[in-house]
Design a protein around this ligand. Structure first.
Ligand code: ATP
Ligand code: MG
Length: 333
């Protein structure tokens, strides 16, 4: 049985990286014969400083974004992570078979902890273990994510294998990462060496799914570039991170390749390319934004979807957690 699990943190509004690197692929995959589970990972969102009053509204907004982008709540399970206790319970069990040395090598931890890693919270350090639990609590076989989550997926595969070996069972499947499309790692508009992130302090670093046409145009206009015209070939993008990023975004939004974009814009200046890029982004994102706003006008409807999703998710995860505990030898009646 093929089962997809993936999620986004309600740390802020979703951006183009979340959409092109993950959400759009979920939409494309939902009719391919998988069972689909899309979580709003609110337990992950509290591993960094956050606003208490924004957590629940942001959770609804992420759910609305999933649906607005095309996830069908009648075919897919959509729910908040904190509504299914199995995630945190399984995390504890799995933490006993995760090496600290491996967690120390996680680049997301190093990036988010910053210079003073001694002061980082245990939750931030253990983030990949909770993510392994998210996936394994459903015995998910496929995990569509952006390129930045590849390392965490490898850890989840590792933990699954350790469990199976230590307890002499074939219990957890090895979850396959699905890193798909032309834009698996969208970079910041301000710095071509940093990925576009919800948590970047500069709003000019990203295009949010909720940005209006003016905001998108301004951000694209201000996006960092170099003084050269666009190259004629993909090879010519080497060493030009910002140019590469904008061409990649264009290609992904237009559902084409970088080579095809450069066949059209190669030799042209950014002053010609940028307006075309922002027009394309506006055309692709406005329908999502407007559907999202319609959905957010009825928060009780979103809550109903989340509640129904949580019930279904519990039905799957609770027996798997029980069986895990049984294999590990816990007392039970
Ligand atoms: P935060 O800064 O709070 O970590 P984020 O922007 O990294 O937020 P997440 O909620 O951590 O977003 O990730 C949700 C999904 O979006 C994951 O599958 C992740 O791989 C993907 N993703 C995040 N940023 C990018 C990006 N810049 N390009 C492509 N995919 C991305
Ligand atoms: Mg992230």
């Amino acid at each position: 049985n093929k089962r997809i699990f993936s999620g986004m943190q309600p740390t802020n509004r979703l951006h183009l990286g979340n959409y092109l690197g993950a959400l759009r692929n979920w939409v494309k995959l939902q009719d391919d014969g998988y069972e689909n589970i899309f979580c709003v990972v609110d337990l992950h969102a509290i591993t960094m400083p956050y606003e208490v009053d924004r957590l629940a509204p942001a959770t609804r907004e992420i759910a609305a974004a999933y649906i607005a982008a095309g996830i069908d709540p009648d075919k897919c399970i959509i729910y908040p992570q904190s509504a299914v206790a199995a995630h945190s319970q399984l995390m504890w069990l799995l933490s006993t078979m995760t090496q600290m040395g491996k967690l120390e090598r996680m680049t997301q931890f190093k990036d988010k902890a910053g210079k003073n890693a001694e002061r980082a919270g245990l939750g931030l350090f253990a983030y990949p273990v909770l993510m392994a639990a998210d996936i394994l609590a459903y015995k998910a076989t496929h995990v569509p994510v952006g390129e930045d989550q590849k390392q965490h997926l490898e850890l989840a595969r590792d933990v699954a294998a350790t469990f199976n070996t230590r307890y002499g069972v074939e219990f957890f499947p090895q979850p396959e990462p699905m890193i798909l499309g032309e834009a698996t790692r969208v970079m910041s508009l301000r710095d071509g060496t940093k990925k576009m992130s919800k948590s970047d302090e500069s709003d000019y670093s990203r295009i949010n799914l909720t940005d209006d046409a003016d905001a998108i145009a301004t951000k694209v206009k201000k996006a960092k570039t170099d003084p050269e015209p666009l190259p004629e070939t993909v090879d010519g993008l080497k060493g030009r991170a910002e140019a590469d990023n904008l061409v990649t975004i264009y290609a992904a939004l237009a559902d084409t390749t970088k080579a095809a974009v450069l066949a059209e814009f190669g030799g042209k200046q950014f002053s010609a390319f940028k307006p075309a890029l922002s027009d394309l982004a506006v055309a692709k994102l406005t329908p999502i934004t407007s559907r999202m706003n319609d959905l957010l006008a009825h928060p009780d409807e979103i809550d109903r979807i989340l509640k129904r999703g949580a019930d279904k998710a519990n039905t799957i995860a609770t027996p798997i957690l029980k069986e895990t505990a049984e294999i590990m030898g816990f007392w039970r009646t």
